[in-house]
Design a protein around this ligand. Structure first.
Ligand code: ARG
Ligand code: GLU
Length: 724
C-alpha cells in the first residue's frame, strides 16, 4: 500500500512538469523519456521505438518531399502522408481531362501508379552524436564572423570531413546532414538515403482531403480526410534508383501495421516526424516583441492582402483558380499567428517566462557563475530593445515586398539581377536572367494585375504609414498611396509577362537602362536600397549577438535546471513526441470532445461550396451507415481526433502510433488556441489533430473501392471482429 502511494506521488510529480511537452531526439529517448513514456502507457520496449544498432519504428518514417513527414504502411513500400503534402504532386498530374484535385485518384493496380519526377522520400540510416568532433573542428578552423557553430555550409563541410575520417560509405543516394542542437551546444550527424522513384497511388477528392479548407484550418472540431498515398520504387536490389519502368516496389526494413481498433480518451499516443522550427527557450523580451509588435504587423498586412484577394475570388472563377493556392499559403500563417498571439496572452506565457528568468538569475548567482551567465538576461533585454525597430522594419519589408505584393516581389527579383551584374558581371547576369524568365512564366500564369493593384495600394499605404519612418526611402515619405498606385500600375511593364520580357530583352546594359526607367522597378529599388542600407546590417549585427546569447542561455538552462525536461528546439530533424488522447476547454463554458465523426461532415455540408461540398458517394455511405469494419463501438464513423502531442509545421503526415507502435492516425494540424506551442507549450490547450486511421481505411475501401491497397496492408482489427 505504502509503495503504491509512493508510486502515485512519484508519477504525479513527474507528470506535473508537462509530461506531454517536448520533441525528443531519438538518440536520447531512452535516457530522457523511458520512464515517462511507460507511465503514460507505452507498452513496447523503448528499444523498439529507437535502436541505434537494429530495427526500430524510425525505419518506417520518411521525410516526404521538402517539408513533410510520411510513413511506410505495407511491405511493398506504400507511403501514407497528408493530402496537403501530396498536393503539389496531385496538382502536377492533373489537367482538364483528369482533375485529380477535384475528383481524386486511385491506382487500382501497380501499372496505374503515376511516376512523380522531383518527389523524393528520405530514410535515416544512422544518427551519430558528433559533438566532440565538431567542437574540435570549431577550434581548428578560421571563423572571422564567429558564426561557424551554426552555419549550415560550415557544418556541411565538417560532415564530409567526418565521413571521410570515419570511412562512412557514401553512395549517390546518401545524404549527410549535420545540425546544431540546443542552440549549438550539441551536434548530431544524420546519415540518410534518398529514394527518388516515387509514384502517386491514391488521393481522395479535395472535398474529402481538403474538406473545410481555410475556414476550418487550425481548428477543432475538424472533418478533413487529409491523406494521400504514394509508393517507393527501387532497383531490383532494393537500392535507390532514378525512375525506370523496371524498378520494383521497395521492401522496407519496417512498416506500420494499421490499427482499426480505435482510440479512446486518455489512450497513449506518440508521433514520430520532422518538426520544422520552434523557439521554446526565447527570453520573455523576445516573446513580448512577437506578441506586441511583430505578429500584429504581419497579421495586419496579410489581413489586408487576403481581404482584397478574397473579394475577387468570390466574384470571378478564373481568379479563384489563379489565387487559390497562393491564398491558402498566405492564409495559413496569418491564421496561425492570430491563434499564437491569443494563446501566448491567454496562457500568460510572458509572465511565466519572466518568472523562470528570475529563478535562472538566482541559480546563477547562487552558483557563483556570474562571470559566464550573469549578464545574459540584461544583455537580452538591451538587445531586444535595440533590435525592435529593425525587426519591425524587416517584417514589413518581408511581408510587403517579398511576400504579398506580387509586383514588388517580381521587381525584387530584378533588383537581385542588377546586383548580380554589379558583383559578378555579364555572364552571370545572363545566366540568372534566363533562369528568371522561365520562372516568371509560371508566376504570371497565375497573376492578375487587377487584383495585385488593389493589394499594392493597401500594402504600400501600410508600409508608408506603419513601418518605422526613419528607414523609409524618399519615395515613400508622405506618399499618396492611391496616386502612387495609379502611376505604377499605369505605366510599369512589370504588370504582364510580355512587358517583363520586353524589359529583359537585350544585353545587360540595355536591360538595366530599361529597368531603371520603369516606375515599378524604380520604386522597388528605392525600397530595397534603403532596406539594405538602413535595416539589414544593423538587424544582422544585433541578431547575431542574440543567437550567441541564446547558445549560452541554453547551456545555462541545462546546467541550472538539470531536472527539467529539456528538449532541443525543432530543426527539421526526426523527433518523437508523446501524450494522450484528450479533449480541451477552449474558453469559458465550452468543452471540446477528442473525437469527431462523419456526422460532422454532414452537419457542415454546403452543396456546391468550395470548402464544404461533400461527394455524393460519401453522403450515400453515410445514409446507409455502410462503414464496413471501420465503425466505432457506437456505430458511428470516426473521422479525426486530438491529443497532447507536441507538434509543429513539418509534422504534417507524421504517423500517430498507439502503445504498441501500430498506426492509429495521421497528424495534420494543431488546434487554434494551442498554436503558441512553438514558443510556449501549455498542456491545457495545446493539441495536435490527426485523421483517424479508420477513416483513412474507410475512404480507401468503401469510398474508393481500392481493395488492392487494403489487402497489402496489415490491419489490426478489434477482438470482436477477429472472426470476420
Ligand atoms: N494548418 C496546416 C499546416 O500548417 C494545414 C495547412 C493546409 N493549408 C490550408 N490553407 N488549409 O500545414
Ligand atoms: N499543417 C502543418 C504542416 O504542414 C502541421 C500543423 C502544425 O503546424 O502543427 O506541417
Amino acid at each position: 500500500m505504502r509503495k503504491q502511494i509512493l508510486f502515485v506521488l512519484f508519477s504525479l510529480a513527474t507528470l506535473s512538469i508537462h509530461a506531454d511537452e517536448g520533441m525528443w531526439m531519438l538518440t536520447d529517448l531512452k535516457a530522457q523519456n523511458a520512464v515517462a513514456m511507460r507511465e503514460l502507457g507505452l507498452e513496447i520496449p523503448i528499444e523498439e521505438v529507437y535502436n541505434a544498432n537494429g530495427l526500430s519504428l524510425k525505419d518506417a518514417v520518411v521525410h516526404f518531399g521538402g517539408g513533410c513527414t510520411g510513413e511506410v504502411i505495407s511491405s511493398e513500400g506504400l507511403v501514407l502522408t497528408n493530402h496537403h503534402c501530396g498536393y503539389g504532386a496531385i496538382q502536377q498530374h492533373s489537367n482538364v481531362e483528369h482533375d485529380y484535385l477535384t475528383d481524386g485518384f486511385w491506382a487500382m493496380n501497380r501499372d496505374a501508379e503515376l511516376p512523380t519526377p522531383g518527389l523524393t522520400v528520405t530514410f535515416i540510416d544512422r544518427i551519430l552524436d558528433v559533438t566532440d568532433y565538431v567542437n574540435e573542428q570549431l577550434k581548428k578552423d578560421p571563423d572571422p564572423d564567429g558564426v561557424n557553430y551554426l552555419s549550415p555550409s560550415y557544418l556541411g563541410n565538417v560532415a564530409e570531413r567526418f565521413a571521410k575520417a570515419e570511412n562512412i560509405e557514401i553512395t549517390p543516394a546518401t545524404k549527410l546532414e549535420l545540425k546544431a542542437f540546443y542552440g549549438g551546444n550539441k551536434y548530431y550527424l544524420f546519415i540518410k538515403t534518398v529514394y527518388s522513384d516515387i509514384r502517386m497511388v491514391g488521393a481522395p477528392p479535395s472535398s474529402i482531403g481538403k474538406f473545410g479548407a481555410d475556414t476550418d484550418n487550425w481548428m477543432w472540431p475538424r472533418h478533413t480526410g487529409d491523406f494521400s498515398l504514394f509508393r517507393i520504387y527501387a532497383d531490383k536490389n532494393g537500392k535507390p534508383a532514378e525512375y525506370s519502368k523496371d524498378n520494383v516496389p521497395y521492401t522496407p526494413k519496417h512498416f506500420f501495421p494499421v490499427s482499426a481498433k480505435g482510440i479512446q480518451e486518455n489512450d497513449f499516443t506518440m508521433v514520430m516526424g520532422y518538426p520544422g522550427r520552434t523557439q521554446e527557450y526565447l527570453p520573455s523580451f523576445a516573446v513580448e516583441q512577437i506578441v506586441n509588435d511583430l505578429n500584429p504587423a504581419k497579421i495586419e498586412i496579410r489581413d489586408a492582402a487576403l481581404k482584397v484577394q478574397d473579394g475577387f475570388m468570390r466574384k470571378d472563377n478564373a481568379i479563384k483558380i489563379q489565387y487559390a493556392s497562393k491564398y491558402a499559403g498566405v492564409a495559413n500563417y496569418w491564421k496561425k499567428w492570430i491563434g499564437e498571439t491569443k494563446g501566448l496572452k491567454k496562457s500568460n506565457a510572458i509572465a511565466i517566462k519572466q518568472d523562470f528568468e528570475k529563478k535562472f538569475q538566482e541559480r546563477v548567482n547562487k552558483a557563483g557563475k556570474q562571470a559566464e551567465y550573469g549578464t545574459i538576461l540584461a544583455d537580452f533585454e538591451k538587445n531586444y530593445k535595440d533590435i525592435r525597430e529593425y525587426a519591425i522594419a524587416r517584417d514589413y519589408f518581408t511581408e510587403v515586398v517579398l511576400r504579398n505584393s506580387e509586383i514588388l516581389s517580381f521587381g525584387y527579383r530584378l533588383y537581385q539581377l542588377e546586383q548580380v551584374y554589379n558583383t559578378k558581371g555579364e555572364q552571370a547576369f545572363n545566366d540568372r536572367k534566363n533562369n528568371l524568365i522561365s520562372g516568371f512564366e509560371g508566376l504570371y500564369k497565375d497573376y492578375s494585375a487587377q487584383v495585385d493593384e488593389k493589394v499594392f495600394e493597401q500594402l504600400i499605404s501600410l508600409y508608408a504609414t506603419k513601418s518605422p519612418k526613419q528607414f523609409l526611402p524618399e519615395s515613400l515619405n508622405n506618399v499618396n498611396a492611391s496616386a502612387l498606385t495609379t502611376s505604377v500600375f499605369g505605366s510599369s511593364k512589370l504588370t504582364s509577362f510580355n512587358g517583363l520580357k520586353e524589359l529583359l530583352n537585350g544585353d545587360a546594359k540595355s536591360v538595366l537602362e530599361k529597368l531603371n526607367q520603369d516606375k515599378g522597378y524604380q520604386l522597388v529599388k528605392s525600397i530595397a536600397d534603403s532596406y539594405q542600407k538602413n535595416v539589414a546590417p544593423k538587424f544582422d549585427e544585433i541578431n547575431l549577438k542574440n543567437i550567441a546569447l541564446q547558445r549560452t542561455y541554453m547551456k545555462g538552462i541545462m546546467e541550472f535546471f538539470p531536472n527539467d525536461r529539456i528538449f532541443p528546439d525543432a530543426n527539421s530533424t526526426l523527433r518523437v513526441t508523446y501524450g494522450k488522447v484528450k479533449g480541451y476547454k477552449p474558453s469559458d463554458a465550452v468543452i471540446y470532445e477528442p473525437v469527431s465523426y462523419l456526422d460532422g461532415v454532414i452537419e457542415k455540408y454546403i452543396p456546391g461550396d468550395y470548402e464544404f461540398d461533400v461527394p455524393k458517394k460519401l453522403i450515400d455511405l453515410y445514409n446507409a451507415k455502410d462503414y464496413g469494419r471501420y465503425a466505432d463501438k457506437n456505430g458511428k464513423m470516426p473521422l479525426a481526433f486530438i491529443a497532447t502531442n507536441h507538434t509543429t509545421g513539418g509534422n504534417s503526415g507524421s504517423p500517430a502510433l498507439d502503445a504498441k507502435g501500430n498506426l492509429i492516425g495521421l497528424n495534420f494540424d494543431r488546434v487554434w488556441e494551442g498554436t503558441m506551442s512553438d514558443i510556449y507549450y501549455s498542456p491545457e490547450i495545446c493539441r495536435n489533430i490527426m485523421v483517424d486511421a479508420r477513416y483513412i481505411l474507410f475512404v480507401i475501401d468503401k469510398f474508393a473501392g481500392a481493395k488492392n491497397l487494403i489487402e497489402e496492408m496489415t490491419i489490426v482489427y478489434p477482438k470482436s471482429q477477429k472472426a470476420k
